[in-house]
Design a protein. Structure first.
Length: 105
């Protein structure tokens, strides 16, 4: 049940962001759907991964301030249900965008 709620909340956020962007820019829903999905997917990946660029930057900041060498953390990312939902949304909207604008290709 918790997974279903997470999927629904993620989709509501994605659709709400996309609708808000299209409402304020007076464009079609499909125009920004892929980019909203891609942006949210990257944000979820950035904030749920461990040992990346920001962790190394923080370790170096602590090391330069205190003089104590910090143990290096291994990069780790385990995709959660919100990431997978956002990734599926992005792939579907990419396919829909390509189909919608197929005459331009």
């Amino acid at each position: 049940m918790k997974k279903v709620i997470t999927i629904v909340i993620t989709l509501v956020i994605l659709l709400g962001l996309n609708y808000g962007l299209t409402y304020f820019t007076n464009t079609k829903f499909i125009d920004f759907a892929f980019f909203v999905g891609l942006g949210v997917t990257i944000l979820i990946w950035f904030f749920t991964s461990k040992g990346g660029l920001t962790t190394k930057n923080t370790d170096m900041l602590v090391q330069s301030t205190t003089g104590i060498k910090m143990g290096e953390q291994k990069y780790e990312f385990s995709p959660n249900i919100a990431f997978i939902t956002s990734l599926v949304y992005t792939v579907i909207t990419l396919a829909a965008t390509i189909y919608h604008y197929r005459s331009y290709f």
